[in-house]
Ligand binder design. Sequence first.
Ligand SMILES: C[S@@+](CC[C@H](N)C(=O)[O-])C[C@H]1O[C@@H](n2cnc3c(N)ncnc32)[C@H](O)[C@@H]1O
Length: 350
Amino acid sequence: MLLLGSLQRQAVRCENLGSPMYAELLRRLVADYEIGGVSADVLAGYDDPPPGSVIGLRLLGAVHGLVLAGEVPELAVFYPSVGGVWDPVLGWEAFERVLESRAGEVRALLTQPPQTNEVRRSAALYGGLLQLVWDVRLPVRLFEMGASAWLNLRADHFRYVVDGESYGAVDSPVVIEDAWSGRKLDPVALRITERGGCDIAPVNPLSAEGARTLTSYVWADMAERLERLRAALEVARQVPADVRRADAVSFVRGLELVPGQVTVLWHSIMWQYLTDEDRAAVDAHLAELGEQADESAPLARLRFEPGAEPPYEFLVELEIWPGGGRRVLGRIEDHGQDLVWSFPSESGSN
Ligand SMILES: C[S@@+](CC[C@H](N)C(=O)[O-])C[C@H]1O[C@@H](n2cnc3c(N)ncnc32)[C@H](O)[C@@H]1O
């Protein structure tokens, strides 16, 4: 059955990324499902979920949301995100009881894709902008499609630590340790004059509900990610960004160039959600806008997405108009880990 394979794969992934608690919960969900336990009822109808729908993470996010809302104190005592201590045996028993008593609410949340606005991904954005500004020497108008809670639009307000050296805002509460390796980035003054974006299902990071939704999709025993998210929410309260509910195609269609500034479209881990038609439309709009670009009003596209060909590794790529032509700036893992800047001679693969 596809569901069980997907839960098992997700368990391995949680283990590898540093969440033994979620790995354990997912494995116990599989065992429980196989004997027709409560998870078989909660997950009924999801036997063959579409690829990438990460049903296990939706379920864990739904339960984490109840914990964060203070609705299941008997389970919260096992959740490190709210000061509890994880116990694989007692924790699972409490989890199982919550699935039994709150099955309706959990099932309702399974229909929603996880909203993971991963702050660590901003290392790719920040480093990519440094490389862009090194080339164009202009202030930046920064726009993001699929911005989720638009936390990463404040990338220049975070601190990035690389070999003991800091980049970005040195007094920021958001600290990204071991932000990258590889090619040393040239120091350059980065000034962002405008921040905007779109998402088809934006989460407002300034509301209590939005902050809770975002937190619920961070794995509950990953203290560093939780801390980074809390700090990014604090920065979001201080640095405004204009994000609206819109789909990527209409958003890109509305972009304009401004003389004396470089207009940047950034996107991370969202391309896979667009239809082929929408991807073609975004590419066509950008190419059209690129035709209008000149040295005084350039356009750039900075992306952090999987490459189009095997081994489908995640790449950070930059394209600048006038000129066009895509350059690979670096390689990275999907949550923003292990970012390695490469050498300028490399070119894009797709
Ligand atoms: C995996 S999240 C990534 C969020 C953010 N870019 C990041 O890296 O943390 C993908 C986001 O794309 C958004 N999305 C999916 N399809 C979209 C579309 N057609 N137009 C705009 N946003 C879309 C989703 O709502 C979600 O917020």
